[in-house]
Design a protein around this ligand. Structure first.
Ligand code: HCA
Ligand code: CU
Length: 398
């Protein structure tokens, strides 16, 4: 059901600030929030106002930008944090507390009963102060928590009737899609409130896990641009967009301004001092590059043969790489026609063989290929055909 109706909680300004290279200035945050809003994410999650004095000022400033997106902040399950967050004017508060034995023992030191008690106190307090606020409660390290503990916590809090949403967090990136599907399905049966999934990418499953969460009935997915966050980060925005587009492209085109994705990735890459990875979903340099002759031929006949994503929907174009030994004459024909050169099939096959042989010994640039094509037209006159008599004066100067 949730694949039909889901929302993105974009956490570049919260989880993303936990990326080692991120140090967003107040102006950066405004610029990023506006860019995310232009793209059309439903929520923007920002760093806790308790993190530092400037974080508090920035959090308030972001709530005053008049964005379409709802602004959420993220706090510990803590009365003082709750008071400070309530004063910021955010649309919603995301609360988290660790439930795994690791975090109970080595982080906050509380048992399950204490966690429930504290959560009830904090959540009821917030709800009493702000009846309209969107309130989410999440367990941290959900997948290394005992299932019985998790359910005890969620069910107790559900009975209070004060939260809009439960969160499940794969804090260390250990979960598999199957495990995510199982846990979200169980929770889906037990509660009527929305369900959010937050997945780290340590073992490369973040996108698949987020998708599995939606398949199991989750309603909200956390992302960050380029996936930035603690360690190697969380579900990358472009990655889950690609996955969801492959499921229902019209829905994605309606919901988001897909042509803004590249700008967004470049903006964040610049701000945190990295390049957009070459193989990043949709926006990486090679995401729409085709190489082998067999692929190129089919792509030229019908791009859907080797593309599940249409680059034009993202304001991008495909590129067919031709200066290499795997090239084919169909790709060469396409390049020749882009250059306004007319070569017949025999010429194209011959020039392709020539280029393959050259590429066995050195790397060729597109300029090299173009030059060879131009020269080929001059030195290898087109084969005469009956319908097109050859005028020796014009064949070499096409
Ligand atoms: C962290 C906490 C968190 C919280 C996720 C959430 C995680 O920074 O370690 O509140 O949904 O990964 O558990 O990001
Ligand atoms: Cu996280």
């Amino acid at each position: 059901m949730s694949l039909q109706e889901f929302a993105i909680i974009e956490s570049t300004l919260r989880e993303g600030e936990q990326f080692v290279g991120a140090d967003f200035s107040p102006d950066d945050k405004v610029e990023i929030a506006r860019a995310l809003d232009d793209f059309g994410v439903e929520y923007i999650e920002v760093t806790s106002p308790c993190a530092s004095p400037q974080s508090q000022i920035d959090c308030v400033a972001l709530t005053q930008l008049d964005l379409q997106a709802r602004v959420l902040t993220h706090i510990r399950c803590h009365m003082e944090d709750a008071r400070i967050a309530l004063d910021t004017g955010v649309d919603g508060i995301d609360i988290v507390i660790g439930t795994s034995s690791y975090l109970r023992e080595f982080s906050h030191g509380k048992g399950i009963a204490e966690i429930i008690e504290l959560a009830e106190e904090v959540l009821s307090f917030i709800r009493g102060q702000a009846p309209e606020l969107e309130l989410r409660f999440s367990t941290e390290d959900s997948f290394r928590s005992k299932p019985a503990d998790l359910l005890r916590v969620y069910l107790s809090i559900d009975q209070l009737g004060v939260v809009n949403r439960f969160g499940i967090a794969d804090t260390v990136g250990v979960a598999t899609p199957h495990e995510v599907f199982k846990l979200v399905s169980t929770l889906r049966e037990l509660t009527a409130v929305d369900i959010e999934f937050h997945g780290h990418n340590d073992t490369g499953c973040a996108i698949a896990n987020s998708y599995a969460a939606l398949e199991a009935g989750a309603t909200h997915i956390d992302t960050s641009v380029l996936g930035i966050g603690e360690r190697n980060g969380i579900t990358p925005l472009a990655g889950i967009i690609a996955r969801l587009y492959a499921n229902d492209r019209e829905q994605l085109k309606r919901k988001y301004r897909l042509d803004q994705l590249r700008v967004l990735c470049q903006l964040i890459a610049d701000k945190v001092g990295i390049a957009v990875p070459f193989n990043h979903y949709i926006t990486g340099m090679t995401a729409f590059t085709h190489k082998a002759g067999i692929h190129a031929k089919a792509i030229l006949n019908n791009p859907e043969t080797y593309e599940i994503l249409d680059p034009h929907d993202f304001g991008l174009t495909r590129y067919i790489s031709i200066g290499h030994k795997l090239t084919g004459w169909n790709a060469m024909q396409d390049r020749a026609s882009q250059l306004g050169l007319v070569l017949d099939e025999a010429q194209l096959r011959a020039v392709t063989e020539h280029i393959k042989a050259l590429a066995d010994h050195k790397q060729l640039t597109l300029d090299d290929v173009d030059q060879i094509l131009h020269q080929w037209v001059e030195i290898e006159p087109k084969t005469p055909t009956v319908s097109e008599p050859v005028d020796p004066k014009t064949t070499s100067a096409t």
